[in-house]
Each structure stands twice: as C-alpha cells, then as structure tokens.
Design a protein around this ligand. Sequence first.
Ligand code: KG4
Ligand code: ZN
Length: 329
Amino acid sequence: MILSIESSCDDSSIAITSIEDSTLLFHKKISQENDHSKYGGVVPELAARLHAIALPNILEEAKPYFKSLKAIAVTNEPGLSVTLVEGVCMAKALSISLELPLLAINHLKGHIYSLFINNPEVKFPLGVLLVSGGHTQLLHVKNYDEIEVLATTLDDSFGESFDKVAKMLNLGYPGGPVVEEYAAYGRKSNFKFTVPLANSSKLAFSYSGLKNQVRLATLAELELNEQAKCDICLEFQTTATKHIVQKLKKVFATTHFDTFAIVGGASANQHLRGEVDKLCKINHAELLVADMEFCSDNAAMIGRCAIDAYRLKRFISLDDIDVNPRAGY
Ligand code: KG4
Ligand code: ZN
C-alpha cells in the first residue's frame, strides 16, 4: 500500500491506496473553507497552521495500515509554498521512521489521475480540460510522462474568477459553488459581458478582463439586490464557459480525442459539464469526469498517481525532495 499526503492549498488529506489493484482503502480530508471564508480567499499562513493540526489527526486514523506500507507519496508541486512544506515534512518524517521510499507527486498530474479512482477502465491517451483555482489548461495526456499543454491562461484561472466574482458580490469563499447556485436563479437581464479573446486566433485563456467587466457592472448598480446578483452570476458563468467552449472548438478542429475529460475543482460546475458534453457529442468523443468527491483537492488522486510513479520506480531521496510552488508538469 501507498500512503499519500495532500496539502497544496486549503485541504488537508491523507489516503491509502492498494498497489496490487489500485483500490482506495482509506481516504480522509479536512477542508479549511470555513476558516478562510471570512477573508474571501485562502490566507497561506493560516492554511499552513491548520494543516499542522489536521494532518497529524488524520494520520492517527491511518496508523492501522502502517505495517502494510511500501512507500510514502506527497504533493510537492505546484501550490502554496508554506502549505506544501507541511505535507513534505510529514512525508519525510514518515519515510525516515518507517524506513520507506518517497514519491514526489505533481498536484496537476494528481487531478488527471482523479479520473482513475474507482474507474479502472479509463486509459491514456486523453484530452483533458483542467480547471482549478490555480490553473486553466487544455492538455493532451499521452502517458504518465508525456503531457502536452495545448492552451493555458494568460492571467486568472476559471475557478479563481468564480472566487473573485463571489468576493465582489459578498457571497463568501469558495466562489464556484455559490456563484453556480446564484446563477441557477438568474434571469436574462441587462447585464451583458463579452467573451474574452473571442476575436483572437490565440489558443489561450484569459479571465482578468471578464472579472473587470463584472466589477464595473457591480459598481454601476446603486444597490445590488439578490436578484441582480443572481442575474450577474448567470451572465458571468455563461460567458466564462463560452470562452472555454470557443477555444475547445479550435482544438477539436485539429485533434481527435476518443476520450475527453474535465478535471479539477471547477469541473464540478454543471453548466460547464453540459456545454463541454454537447461539444464532445458533436466530435464523437466520450466525456469523462471524476466522481464529485474527487474533483476538488484530495489525497486519493495523489495516491492513484503515486501507484504509477511506484511502478515506474520514480523514488526521490530525502535530500532531493523540495517544494516547487510554481512548477508545471
Ligand atoms: O482543484 P481545486 O480544489 O483547488 C486547486 O487546485 O486550485 O479547485 C478549487 C477551485 C476554486 O477556485 C473553486 O471556486 C472552484 O474550484 N470551484 C468551482 C466549482 N466548485 C469549485 N468553480 C465553478 N463552479 C463550481 N461548481
Ligand atoms: Zn487542485
């Protein structure tokens, strides 16, 4: 079995995964969302302190598995440096005390592997849309090592733009679920936002301009009542999704994917799923998404990714493991 640790942002999580058949044997996650909500976003130092409390508590519950462990896996990149360090320190301590090898796992790769948890039929290659709080990327994933980035964001990410819109409308943190909920009550209104990079042939994303359009709309209103907030959320969510679909159409025009997947925290968004699904059907691609509980950050996806790393013998020494907050793949 492999014990995996995730602490790249505001979720403390530990999982145990079977090496033989990749099944998830234990998984626990403590989310800090309520602690950060009043600040409208994640406060890194607070997140680190909360990991230092939560991770040892979860580890206590994983102790019965210790005698069956063959490796310790940990997210070491990308993420918040002060929170990544919490997981990496715990992984090093476990590696020394239990005399087990270490596996350093890339968080973004982990999100891709969320598709494989409880789903052994999923196979590479895959087209992947990764939408999280830190990333918006279109990927061609050929295998564990070969991940081609087809498009990425020039500024904010899809999930982050939901967080910022929620903050502007005083809806709390994280913004994604609450903006989606408000959008469900939105009506066609006078709020109109333009789709970013609509006239650009560039294969890239940009959300800072859309965020600014929302800001200007909120400033123009004398009093933002609940219905106006719902209407803004609907127009914002529709425009943010159209932007992804427009760029995805360009990729589908040149590349065929038998299977296309959406991963990352924002892949929970039902409107996005629905629109990408329509596009997949037209292009004869099957759409895959992870189980809802594995869309946002969790150690189960890190553990599933670690199974492949273990089979490929990608062990790293105690001296070499380091945190890389801004790493790609
Ligand atoms: O993958 P994740 O848990 O953490 C990162 O790796 O960043 O993604 C969190 C992000 C947040 O920005 C959150 O607002 C967004 O995912 N999110 C959503 C939804 N649920 C979570 N965005 C849009 N719609 C949702 N339903
Ligand atoms: Zn994530």
